[in-house]
Design a protein around this ligand. Structure first.
Ligand SMILES: Nc1ncnc2c1ncn2[C@@H]1O[C@H](COP(=O)(O)OP(=O)(O)OP(=O)(O)O)[C@@H](O)[C@H]1O
Ligand SMILES: [Mg+2]
Length: 337
Protein backbone atom coordinates (compact mmCIF):
# COMPACT_ATOMS: atom_id res chain seq x y z
CA UNK A 1 0.00 0.00 0.00
CA UNK A 2 2.80 2.39 0.96
CA UNK A 3 6.39 2.10 -0.23
CA UNK A 4 9.04 4.51 0.91
CA UNK A 5 12.18 4.12 -1.17
CA UNK A 6 15.51 5.69 -0.31
CA UNK A 7 13.76 8.57 1.35
CA UNK A 8 15.92 11.43 2.58
CA UNK A 9 14.75 14.64 4.16
CA UNK A 10 16.89 17.58 5.21
CA UNK A 11 15.77 20.87 6.69
CA UNK A 12 17.47 24.12 5.92
CA UNK A 13 18.55 25.50 9.29
CA UNK A 14 20.50 28.77 9.37
CA UNK A 15 21.70 28.31 5.80
CA UNK A 16 22.87 24.71 6.13
CA UNK A 17 21.12 21.41 5.44
CA UNK A 18 20.42 19.36 8.54
CA UNK A 19 19.33 15.77 7.86
CA UNK A 20 16.11 14.65 9.57
CA UNK A 21 15.63 11.37 7.68
CA UNK A 22 18.37 9.24 6.11
CA UNK A 23 17.68 6.50 3.56
CA UNK A 24 14.30 5.33 4.83
CA UNK A 25 12.99 2.18 3.15
CA UNK A 26 9.63 0.85 4.28
CA UNK A 27 6.86 -1.29 2.83
CA UNK A 28 3.47 -1.06 4.52
CA UNK A 29 0.91 -3.62 3.37
CA UNK A 30 -2.80 -2.98 2.70
CA UNK A 31 -4.98 -3.41 5.77
CA UNK A 32 -2.21 -3.60 8.33
CA UNK A 33 -1.60 -1.43 11.36
CA UNK A 34 2.01 -0.37 11.15
CA UNK A 35 3.66 1.29 14.14
CA UNK A 36 6.67 3.60 14.10
CA UNK A 37 8.28 4.19 17.47
CA UNK A 38 11.10 6.56 18.37
CA UNK A 39 12.24 9.14 20.88
CA UNK A 40 11.48 12.83 20.60
CA UNK A 41 13.29 14.34 17.60
CA UNK A 42 13.94 10.95 15.97
CA UNK A 43 12.04 12.01 12.84
CA UNK A 44 8.64 10.33 13.36
CA UNK A 45 6.45 13.28 12.40
CA UNK A 46 8.71 14.15 9.49
CA UNK A 47 8.40 10.58 8.22
CA UNK A 48 4.63 10.52 8.59
CA UNK A 49 4.25 13.90 6.88
CA UNK A 50 6.38 12.63 3.99
CA UNK A 51 3.76 9.95 3.31
CA UNK A 52 1.15 12.51 2.25
CA UNK A 53 3.79 14.96 1.11
CA UNK A 54 2.85 17.62 3.65
CA UNK A 55 6.63 17.49 3.86
CA UNK A 56 8.40 17.04 0.55
CA UNK A 57 11.30 14.57 0.76
CA UNK A 58 14.67 15.90 -0.37
CA UNK A 59 15.31 12.62 -2.17
CA UNK A 60 13.56 9.32 -2.76
CA UNK A 61 10.09 8.07 -3.63
CA UNK A 62 6.76 7.80 -1.89
CA UNK A 63 4.51 5.25 -3.52
CA UNK A 64 0.93 4.95 -2.34
CA UNK A 65 -1.17 2.28 -4.05
CA UNK A 66 1.54 2.05 -6.72
CA UNK A 67 1.49 5.78 -7.55
CA UNK A 68 4.63 7.83 -6.98
CA UNK A 69 3.24 10.88 -5.18
CA UNK A 70 6.49 12.83 -5.55
CA UNK A 71 6.02 12.83 -9.34
CA UNK A 72 2.40 14.09 -9.39
CA UNK A 73 1.28 17.57 -10.43
CA UNK A 74 -0.32 19.52 -7.57
CA UNK A 75 -3.93 18.91 -8.60
CA UNK A 76 -3.54 15.14 -8.73
CA UNK A 77 -1.57 15.20 -5.51
CA UNK A 78 -4.46 16.96 -3.79
CA UNK A 79 -6.87 14.30 -5.00
CA UNK A 80 -4.57 11.65 -3.54
CA UNK A 81 -4.25 13.47 -0.24
CA UNK A 82 -7.99 13.09 0.23
CA UNK A 83 -7.45 9.34 0.26
CA UNK A 84 -5.00 9.72 3.12
CA UNK A 85 -6.61 10.78 6.41
CA UNK A 86 -4.60 12.14 9.30
CA UNK A 87 -5.13 12.58 13.04
CA UNK A 88 -2.97 14.50 15.51
CA UNK A 89 -1.89 14.59 19.13
CA UNK A 90 -3.63 17.91 19.74
CA UNK A 91 -6.64 17.05 17.57
CA UNK A 92 -6.41 20.21 15.36
CA UNK A 93 -10.18 20.81 15.43
CA UNK A 94 -11.89 24.04 14.37
CA UNK A 95 -12.77 25.60 17.72
CA UNK A 96 -15.58 27.74 16.31
CA UNK A 97 -17.33 24.80 14.64
CA UNK A 98 -19.54 22.16 16.22
CA UNK A 99 -18.74 18.46 16.19
CA UNK A 100 -20.90 17.89 13.11
CA UNK A 101 -19.45 20.90 11.29
CA UNK A 102 -15.90 19.76 12.04
CA UNK A 103 -16.69 16.38 10.54
CA UNK A 104 -18.48 17.93 7.56
CA UNK A 105 -15.59 20.29 6.82
CA UNK A 106 -13.57 18.11 4.41
CA UNK A 107 -16.78 17.12 2.60
CA UNK A 108 -17.81 20.76 2.12
CA UNK A 109 -14.28 21.50 0.91
CA UNK A 110 -14.71 18.72 -1.65
CA UNK A 111 -18.06 20.32 -2.65
CA UNK A 112 -20.13 17.22 -2.03
CA UNK A 113 -23.94 17.56 -2.27
CA UNK A 114 -25.65 18.72 0.92
CA UNK A 115 -27.78 15.61 1.38
CA UNK A 116 -24.77 13.36 1.01
CA UNK A 117 -22.82 15.39 3.56
CA UNK A 118 -25.66 15.12 6.08
CA UNK A 119 -25.96 11.39 5.63
CA UNK A 120 -22.23 10.80 5.85
CA UNK A 121 -21.81 13.00 8.94
CA UNK A 122 -24.57 11.10 10.74
CA UNK A 123 -22.94 7.79 9.89
CA UNK A 124 -19.57 8.97 11.15
CA UNK A 125 -20.97 10.42 14.36
CA UNK A 126 -22.56 7.08 15.06
CA UNK A 127 -19.37 5.20 14.16
CA UNK A 128 -17.30 7.12 16.72
CA UNK A 129 -20.08 7.17 19.34
CA UNK A 130 -20.72 10.91 19.60
CA UNK A 131 -24.48 10.96 18.96
CA UNK A 132 -25.18 13.00 22.09
CA UNK A 133 -22.48 15.55 21.36
CA UNK A 134 -23.08 16.47 17.75
CA UNK A 135 -24.01 20.09 18.42
CA UNK A 136 -21.28 20.78 20.96
CA UNK A 137 -18.10 22.77 20.37
CA UNK A 138 -14.61 21.27 20.88
CA UNK A 139 -14.12 23.23 24.14
CA UNK A 140 -17.10 21.34 25.59
CA UNK A 141 -15.55 17.92 24.92
CA UNK A 142 -13.05 15.68 26.73
CA UNK A 143 -9.75 14.76 25.09
CA UNK A 144 -11.02 11.35 24.07
CA UNK A 145 -14.18 12.85 22.57
CA UNK A 146 -12.10 15.40 20.66
CA UNK A 147 -9.97 12.63 19.20
CA UNK A 148 -13.16 10.82 18.16
CA UNK A 149 -14.13 13.95 16.22
CA UNK A 150 -10.64 13.95 14.70
CA UNK A 151 -11.05 10.34 13.62
CA UNK A 152 -14.52 10.92 12.17
CA UNK A 153 -13.24 13.95 10.25
CA UNK A 154 -10.25 11.98 8.94
CA UNK A 155 -12.59 9.23 7.71
CA UNK A 156 -15.10 11.58 6.08
CA UNK A 157 -13.66 11.31 2.58
CA UNK A 158 -13.37 7.50 2.88
CA UNK A 159 -9.58 7.34 2.84
CA UNK A 160 -7.54 4.21 2.12
CA UNK A 161 -4.86 5.16 4.63
CA UNK A 162 -5.02 6.76 8.06
CA UNK A 163 -1.90 8.44 9.45
CA UNK A 164 -1.85 8.90 13.24
CA UNK A 165 0.71 11.29 14.73
CA UNK A 166 0.86 10.53 18.48
CA UNK A 167 -2.93 10.32 18.45
CA UNK A 168 -3.16 9.07 22.03
CA UNK A 169 -0.23 10.89 23.63
CA UNK A 170 -2.40 13.58 25.19
CA UNK A 171 -4.83 11.03 26.68
CA UNK A 172 -4.95 9.07 29.94
CA UNK A 173 -4.41 5.29 29.77
CA UNK A 174 -8.09 4.39 29.84
CA UNK A 175 -9.02 6.87 27.11
CA UNK A 176 -5.97 5.74 25.13
CA UNK A 177 -7.29 2.18 25.28
CA UNK A 178 -10.73 3.24 24.02
CA UNK A 179 -9.27 5.24 21.11
CA UNK A 180 -6.99 2.33 20.18
CA UNK A 181 -9.98 0.00 20.27
CA UNK A 182 -11.81 2.36 17.91
CA UNK A 183 -8.84 2.41 15.51
CA UNK A 184 -8.70 -1.39 15.52
CA UNK A 185 -12.43 -1.57 14.86
CA UNK A 186 -12.13 0.80 11.90
CA UNK A 187 -9.13 -1.12 10.59
CA UNK A 188 -11.05 -4.40 10.67
CA UNK A 189 -14.35 -3.13 9.37
CA UNK A 190 -13.05 -1.09 6.45
CA UNK A 191 -9.69 -2.76 5.82
CA UNK A 192 -8.14 0.66 6.34
CA UNK A 193 -4.33 0.76 6.38
CA UNK A 194 -3.14 2.57 9.50
CA UNK A 195 0.28 4.06 10.15
CA UNK A 196 0.67 5.03 13.74
CA UNK A 197 3.59 6.84 15.32
CA UNK A 198 4.18 6.85 19.04
CA UNK A 199 6.84 6.87 21.73
CA UNK A 200 4.89 4.31 23.80
CA UNK A 201 5.54 0.59 23.37
CA UNK A 202 2.21 -0.15 25.04
CA UNK A 203 0.43 1.41 22.05
CA UNK A 204 2.44 -0.68 19.59
CA UNK A 205 1.85 -3.86 21.54
CA UNK A 206 -1.89 -3.49 21.77
CA UNK A 207 -2.76 -2.67 18.14
CA UNK A 208 0.11 -3.02 15.66
CA UNK A 209 0.90 -5.90 13.34
CA UNK A 210 4.40 -4.74 12.52
CA UNK A 211 6.64 -1.96 13.67
CA UNK A 212 9.75 0.00 12.82
CA UNK A 213 12.05 1.66 15.34
CA UNK A 214 13.44 5.01 14.28
CA UNK A 215 16.49 6.65 15.79
CA UNK A 216 18.28 9.79 14.53
CA UNK A 217 16.35 9.70 11.26
CA UNK A 218 17.11 6.07 10.48
CA UNK A 219 15.15 2.83 10.80
CA UNK A 220 17.26 0.73 13.17
CA UNK A 221 14.97 -2.27 13.45
CA UNK A 222 11.68 -3.51 12.01
CA UNK A 223 9.52 -6.61 11.83
CA UNK A 224 6.37 -8.29 13.17
CA UNK A 225 5.56 -7.05 16.68
CA UNK A 226 5.82 -10.50 18.25
CA UNK A 227 9.27 -11.16 16.73
CA UNK A 228 10.66 -7.80 17.71
CA UNK A 229 9.29 -8.14 21.25
CA UNK A 230 10.78 -11.58 21.76
CA UNK A 231 14.11 -10.97 20.02
CA UNK A 232 14.91 -7.27 20.03
CA UNK A 233 18.30 -6.51 18.46
CA UNK A 234 18.95 -2.79 18.76
CA UNK A 235 19.60 -1.12 22.14
CA UNK A 236 16.88 1.47 21.44
CA UNK A 237 14.34 -1.30 20.82
CA UNK A 238 15.34 -3.00 24.07
CA UNK A 239 14.92 0.27 25.90
CA UNK A 240 11.39 0.72 24.53
CA UNK A 241 10.46 -2.84 25.48
CA UNK A 242 11.59 -2.15 29.02
CA UNK A 243 8.77 0.43 29.18
CA UNK A 244 6.26 -2.40 29.21
CA UNK A 245 8.23 -5.03 31.09
CA UNK A 246 9.46 -4.72 34.59
CA UNK A 247 13.06 -5.50 33.69
CA UNK A 248 14.79 -3.52 36.43
CA UNK A 249 13.17 -5.67 39.08
CA UNK A 250 13.97 -8.81 37.11
CA UNK A 251 17.63 -7.85 36.71
CA UNK A 252 17.90 -7.50 40.50
CA UNK A 253 16.27 -10.90 41.04
CA UNK A 254 18.55 -12.63 38.52
CA UNK A 255 21.62 -11.04 40.10
CA UNK A 256 20.53 -12.17 43.55
CA UNK A 257 20.07 -15.74 42.35
CA UNK A 258 23.42 -15.82 40.57
CA UNK A 259 25.16 -14.43 43.64
CA UNK A 260 23.59 -17.27 45.60
CA UNK A 261 25.20 -19.76 43.19
CA UNK A 262 22.16 -20.57 41.06
CA UNK A 263 23.18 -20.90 37.44
CA UNK A 264 20.08 -22.37 35.82
CA UNK A 265 18.01 -19.26 35.33
CA UNK A 266 15.95 -19.34 32.16
CA UNK A 267 13.26 -17.25 30.55
CA UNK A 268 10.48 -19.40 29.15
CA UNK A 269 8.12 -17.88 26.59
CA UNK A 270 4.77 -19.38 25.67
CA UNK A 271 3.04 -18.03 22.58
CA UNK A 272 -0.59 -18.43 21.53
CA UNK A 273 -2.60 -21.36 22.91
CA UNK A 274 0.52 -22.74 24.61
CA UNK A 275 0.14 -19.92 27.11
CA UNK A 276 -2.74 -21.72 28.76
CA UNK A 277 -1.41 -25.29 28.54
CA UNK A 278 0.40 -27.06 31.41
CA UNK A 279 3.53 -27.66 29.26
CA UNK A 280 5.97 -26.56 31.91
CA UNK A 281 4.46 -28.61 34.72
CA UNK A 282 4.27 -31.76 32.61
CA UNK A 283 7.83 -31.43 31.33
CA UNK A 284 9.24 -30.90 34.80
CA UNK A 285 7.38 -33.94 36.05
CA UNK A 286 8.88 -36.08 33.29
CA UNK A 287 12.44 -34.94 33.97
CA UNK A 288 11.92 -34.91 37.73
CA UNK A 289 13.12 -31.31 38.12
CA UNK A 290 11.57 -28.50 40.09
CA UNK A 291 11.64 -24.77 39.64
CA UNK A 292 11.25 -21.50 41.51
CA UNK A 293 9.53 -18.59 39.75
CA UNK A 294 11.40 -15.27 39.75
CA UNK A 295 8.95 -13.43 37.54
CA UNK A 296 5.89 -14.20 35.49
CA UNK A 297 3.49 -12.38 33.19
CA UNK A 298 0.70 -13.21 30.85
CA UNK A 299 0.06 -10.56 28.30
CA UNK A 300 -1.34 -10.01 24.84
CA UNK A 301 0.10 -8.75 21.58
CA UNK A 302 -2.85 -7.57 19.56
CA UNK A 303 -4.76 -10.89 19.33
CA UNK A 304 -2.01 -13.25 20.43
CA UNK A 305 -1.70 -14.17 24.10
CA UNK A 306 1.80 -14.81 25.38
CA UNK A 307 3.26 -15.71 28.72
CA UNK A 308 6.75 -15.30 30.06
CA UNK A 309 8.19 -16.97 33.12
CA UNK A 310 11.66 -16.48 34.49
CA UNK A 311 12.51 -19.52 36.60
CA UNK A 312 15.39 -21.07 38.42
CA UNK A 313 15.60 -24.76 37.47
CA UNK A 314 16.62 -27.19 40.20
CA UNK A 315 18.20 -30.49 39.11
CA UNK A 316 21.41 -32.10 37.91
CA UNK A 317 22.99 -30.56 34.76
CA UNK A 318 21.63 -33.53 32.76
CA UNK A 319 18.11 -33.03 34.09
CA UNK A 320 18.26 -29.32 33.34
CA UNK A 321 19.51 -29.93 29.77
CA UNK A 322 16.81 -32.50 29.17
CA UNK A 323 14.15 -30.11 30.47
CA UNK A 324 15.30 -27.33 28.15
CA UNK A 325 15.45 -29.72 25.18
CA UNK A 326 11.95 -31.06 25.85
CA UNK A 327 10.44 -27.62 26.32
CA UNK A 328 11.92 -26.44 23.02
CA UNK A 329 10.65 -29.53 21.22
CA UNK A 330 7.19 -28.68 22.56
CA UNK A 331 7.21 -25.26 20.90
CA UNK A 332 8.21 -23.22 23.93
CA UNK A 333 11.03 -20.69 23.69
CA UNK A 334 13.77 -21.04 26.30
CA UNK A 335 16.52 -18.50 26.81
CA UNK A 336 19.29 -18.82 29.40
CA UNK A 337 19.82 -15.63 31.38
N1 LIG B 1 10.39 22.58 9.97
C1 LIG B 1 11.57 22.18 10.47
N2 LIG B 1 12.68 22.91 10.28
C2 LIG B 1 13.87 22.51 10.75
N3 LIG B 1 14.07 21.37 11.45
C3 LIG B 1 13.00 20.62 11.69
C4 LIG B 1 11.69 20.96 11.21
N4 LIG B 1 10.82 20.01 11.60
C5 LIG B 1 11.55 19.08 12.28
N5 LIG B 1 12.84 19.44 12.33
C6 LIG B 1 13.93 18.66 12.95
O1 LIG B 1 13.93 17.36 12.44
C7 LIG B 1 14.14 16.38 13.44
C8 LIG B 1 12.98 15.41 13.50
O2 LIG B 1 11.81 16.09 13.94
P1 LIG B 1 10.38 15.39 14.07
O3 LIG B 1 9.40 16.44 14.42
O4 LIG B 1 10.13 14.58 12.88
O5 LIG B 1 10.65 14.44 15.32
P2 LIG B 1 9.62 13.52 16.15
O6 LIG B 1 10.22 12.17 16.19
O7 LIG B 1 8.26 13.65 15.58
O8 LIG B 1 9.69 14.15 17.60
P3 LIG B 1 8.51 14.31 18.72
O9 LIG B 1 8.36 12.97 19.34
O10 LIG B 1 9.11 15.30 19.67
O11 LIG B 1 7.28 14.81 18.03
C9 LIG B 1 14.37 17.15 14.72
O12 LIG B 1 15.74 17.30 14.93
C10 LIG B 1 13.73 18.50 14.44
O13 LIG B 1 14.39 19.52 15.16
MG1 LIG C 1 6.46 14.41 16.30
Amino acid sequence: MIRLQHLHKSYLVGGSEVPALTDINLAIEPGEIFGIIGHSGAGKSTLLRCINLLERPTEGQVLVGGTDLTALPLEELQAWRRKIGMIFQHFNLLSSATVQDNIAFPLRLAKRPKAEIERRVSELIQLVGLEEHRSKYPAQLSGGQKQRVGIARALAAEPKVLLCDEATSALDPQTTASILALLRDINRRFGLTIVLITHEMQVIRSVCDRLAVIQDGQIVESGPVLDVFLRPQHPTTKEFIEQVEDSAELRDAVQREKAAGNRNIVRITFIGDKTYEPVLYETMRETDTSFAILQGTISRMKDTPYGQLVVNLNGTPEQVDETVRLLRSRGVEVETL
